[in-house]
Ligand binder design. Structure first.
Ligand code: FAD
Length: 277
């Protein structure tokens, strides 16, 4: 901890430049909640992102923009009273499952993406919403660029270095006819999920128009079941069981003290069906 320097810049350019300081071990601090587990910190320079104005939630042309510094409790409070066809409502349900209220006030959406674990509810919901991540890349041709969240997952450590910052997430416009659901299994109702699932489904009169399903707790990172959506498009819901069985057969969930791989696969099926019923 000796010679640890702390900065609180007010512009993204300054924050990025500090994080890219040559020959230094730098670390961005968002909610700071992961520091609790990191007694060594392993950094010479801490860069606090709290003054960058990245805590806005805005809507533009049907898209939802959520700044990287938006915390989980803000998502809970903003989305709580919204209808089931609003992406903020889905983010509210998932954010609620991230932690108890005290920690929800610290955990930011940027930090949750940077440190996503297997069963992250908020990352699972963002995958179902087909979200993109807005990055600040100081050495890129365009300093601001968007990448698909699904493409970033698993590569955060490689991407988020040398001054690269998550600025926020963008949820694309989604039909108002869509119903968005989230469900989980956990040791207790208030606990972090063992398995969770989120879905965005637009039903026509009798046929599914579009469907996106994501599941957490069945792989190293939450996964989108893209093939399931492709197979069920323009089909009646009665085809769900068969399509879901083949999608789940592709998974190879890990086993640990919280549940075996078979249990996780079975629960993923139960939750997806519950969301679509
Ligand atoms: C009691 C407790 C329980 C926890 N349980 C879990 C759990 O079950 N699962 C889990 O995954 N985590 C858990 N955590 C760890 C922590 O809460 C999460 O990792 C959280 O998502 C971090 O969010 P944060 O905003 O606090 O990020 P920070 O702790 O501030 O940062 C985390 C990392 O992300 C990077 N980062 C943050 N924001 C950005 C950004 N905008 N751009 C680029 N990089 C960024 C930081 O540099 C840092 O390396 C727990 C923590 C506590 C205290």
């Amino acid at each position: 901890m000796s010679n640890l320097q702390y900065f609180r810049p007010t512009t993204v350019d300054d924050a990025s430049a500090l994080l890219g300081t040559p020959n230094s071990r730098t670390r961005a601090i968002a909610g700071g909640s992961s520091l609790v587990f990191d007694a060594s910190i392993n950094a010479d320079i801490l860069v606090d992102l709290s003054q960058l104005g990245l805590d806005q939630i805005e809507r533009h042309d049907g898209q939802l923009h959520v700044g990287a510094m938006t915390n989980m409790q803000t998502l809970v409070e903003t989305g709580y009273a919204l209808p089931e066809n609003d992406p903020l409502r889905l983010l509210c349900l998932a954010a609620h499952d991230m932690a108890a209220v005290g920690l929800r006030q610290r955990i930011t959406i940027g930090g949750a993406i940077a440190t996503a674990d297997s069963a992250s509810p908020i990352v699972t919901a963002l995958l179902a919403l087909n979200a993109e991540v807005l990055l600040f890349t100081p050495n890129g041709k365009d300093k601001r660029k968007t990448v698909a969240l699904a493409g970033l997952l698993g590569y955060q450590a490689q991407v988020l270095k040398a001054g690269v910052l998550i600025l926020g997430v963008i949820v694309p416009a989604i039909s108002e006819a869509s119903v968005m659901r989230y469900a989980k299994v956990a040791r207790t109702p208030a606990d972090y999920p063992i398995v969770c699932a989120a879905s965005v489904c637009e039903m026509g009169k009798e046929l599914i128009q579009t469907l996106r399903v994501a599941v957490g707790g069945v792989a190293e990172m939450p996964v989108a079941l893209n093939q399931l959506g492709i197979e069920l498009a323009k089909k009646p819901l009665s085809h769900l069981d068969t399509a879901l069985a083949s999608a789940l057969a592709e998974l190879n969930p890990p086993s640990n003290w919280l549940g075996s791989g078979d249990y996780r696969r079975d629960m993923a099926g139960v939750l997806v069906k519950r969301n679509l019923s």
